[in-house]
Design a protein around this ligand. Structure first.
Ligand SMILES: [Mg+2]
Length: 296
C-alpha cells in the first residue's frame, strides 16, 4: 500500500475513538488542529467517542470543559474510566457497596449504577485520581481491604500531565494500599479490554472499521492493538517519537498532532480535485463540491 492508499484506508474508517488529554487538550489549552479535526469528523459523518482514563469528571463536566475551549460535543460521546468502573462493579455485584477515594466523576458514576457509599464495611475499595487524598483515607482503605473488601483502581495510569508538570494518577494513589496490604488492585480503564469493548460497542461500528487516536504507547496504542482496531499515535502528549522504538509493538500511523491528520485528509481532497480537474480539463473549483462529496 502506498502512502496515499494508507491515508485513504484510515480516512475511510467509520468510527474514531479519541483519547482526550494530550490529543484534544493539554491542561486548559486546546491542542493545535483539534477544532479542525472535530469539524472533519462532523462534516464527514464519522462516528466518534472520546474515551478517557480520567475519572474525575462526569460526561457533563467534560462537555462543559470542551465547550469552554470552543468544542461542542454531546454528553453521550464521552466514555470515562469512572463509567467503566461503575459498569464493571454493577455487572460483578449488583447493589454492592464501596468506599471511594476519588472525585465527583467517580462518585456520580457509581451512584448512577446504584452502588452505595459505605464507610463501615464496604464490598469494594475504589480509587481514582483526586486531590482529596490523605493519611486517614489511606488508613481506612487499608483496613477495609484487610477486612475483605476488593481493591479496584479506576485505571492504571501512574501520572497525568498537569499545567505545572506531572500529577499523580490513580495507580500512584492505589500504590500505598497495595504495598501495605500485599494485595494487587484490579484496574478497569485503558488498556483493559473491558473498557475498549464497551467503547467500540458504543461507537456502533465493527472493530475493522474503527481507529483509536492517542498519545500513550502503554495505554492507547496497546489497547487498540489488543482490541484489533487501527492505531494512530499523536506526539502532543506523553510519548515522544524517539520513544516509540522502546516498545515491542508499534502504532500503524504516527502524526505530529490531530491538526496534521485533519490537514492530510483535507489535502487529499485537494489532490483529488486537482487530478480530476486535470483529467477533465475543467477549473479546479468546479469539482470541489463533487470531489468532497465523493471522498468524504
Ligand atoms: Mg492521553
Amino acid at each position: 500500500m502506498n502512502q496515499c492508499d494508507e491515508l485513504t484506508a484510515l480516512k475511510t474508517k467509520q468510527g474514531f475513538i479519541c483519547d482526550m488529554d494530550g490529543v484534544i487538550y493539554s491542561g486548559e489549552s486546546l491542542i493545535n488542529g483539534a477544532l479542525e479535526f472535530v469539524r472533519w469528523l462532523e462534516e464527514s459523518g464519522k462516528r466518534y467517542l472520546f474515551l478517557t482514563n480520567a475519572s474525575a469528571y462526569t460526561p457533563l463536566g467534560l462537555k462543559r470543559r470542551l465547550a469552554r475551549l470552543g468544542l461542542n460535543i454531546d454528553e453521550s460521546q464521552f466514555y470515562t474510566s469512572a463509567l467503566a468502573t461503575a459498569e464493571f462493579l454493577h455487572n460483578q455485584s449488583p447493589g454492592c457497596s464501596a468506599y471511594v477515594i476519588g472525585d465527583s466523576g467517580l462518585h456520580h458514576a457509581l451512584n448512577q449504577k446504584g452502588i452505595s457509599m459505605d464507610e463501615v464495611n464496604p464490598d469494594y475499595v475504589v480509587v481514582g485520581e483526586t486531590r482529596d487524598y490523605n493519611y486517614d483515607k489511606i488508613s481506612r482503605a487499608i483496613a477495609f481491604v484487610e477486612n475483605g473488601a476488593r481493591l479496584i483502581g479506576a485505571h492504571p495510569d501512574i501520572t497525568s500531565p498537569g499545567d505545572d508538570g506531572l500529577l499523580p494518577a490513580a495507580r500512584a494513589l492505589v500504590a500505598p494500599i497495595e504495598l501495605a496490604t500485599g494485595r494487587k488492585a484490579y484496574y478497569v480503564g485503558k488498556p483493559n479490554a473491558l473498557m475498549m469493548r464497551t467503547g467500540i460497542s458504543m461507537l456502533g461500528v465493527h472493530s475493522s472499521e474503527a481507529a483509536i487516536i492517542g498519545d500513550r504507547m502503554d495505554t492507547d496504542i496497546i489497547a487498540g492493538i489488543e482490541s484489533g482496531i487501527t492505531t494512530v499515535l499523536v506526539l502532543t502528549g506523553v510519548t515522544a517519537k524517539e520513544q516509540v522504538k522502546d516498545y515491542p509493538y508499534r502504532p500503524k500511523y504516527i502524526f505530529e498532532d490531530v491538526g496534521e491528520l485533519a490537514a492530510q485528509f483535507t489535502e487529499e481532497k485537494a489532490m483529488v480535485r486537482r487530478s480530476l480537474a486535470a483529467h477533465l480539463k475543467v477549473p479546479h473549483g468546479f469539482l470541489r463540491h463533487q470531489a468532497e462529496r465523493s471522498i468524504a
